[in-house]
Ligand binder design. Sequence first.
Ligand code: HEC
Length: 131
Amino acid sequence: MKSSRMLWVSLVVLVLGAAPACSQNGGEPKGTRAVASAPAELREGEQKFNANCSTCHGMGGVGTTQGPPFLHKVYEPNHHGDAAFQRAAANGVKAHHWQFGDMPRINAVTPEDVDHITKYVRWLQKEAGIF
Ligand code: HEC
């Protein structure tokens, strides 16, 4: 179970890493990041996500041992709408889908930050073909 999830996660990283990076305009040398950089308008969300959410949800939303991946059907917009992101950040989440334990409330982000983060996560999900 664990190892099949790891395999799946590495596959996602591979796919994302191999995806044509539209933002690869010479700024960053190739191969320094596992995840393609987001388009300019999503960079703020990317930075906030990396700073506040990636410790558990993983760089690029692939999940970690501390939290679930967002590149998963269960978090597509129809299952967890954008309001779920606001609620999660503001109130925390009682463990219900997974075995990672509860998610704490994230004090460091404002609703506006979460808005940016959600847009970035939707972009990641789209890139990964989740919806
Ligand atoms: C300390 C670890 C941790 C951090 C940091 C964290 N999360 Fe989570 N998050 C979790 C865990 C664990 C769950 C899964 C709970 C469950 O359903 O079992 C979760 C679930 C969620 C969910 C699903 C909520 C639902 O309704 O099921 C959303 C949305 C979410 N997190 C957003 C975020 C965002 C946005 C950030 C950053 C601002 C963030 N998380 C930071 C651990 C974390």
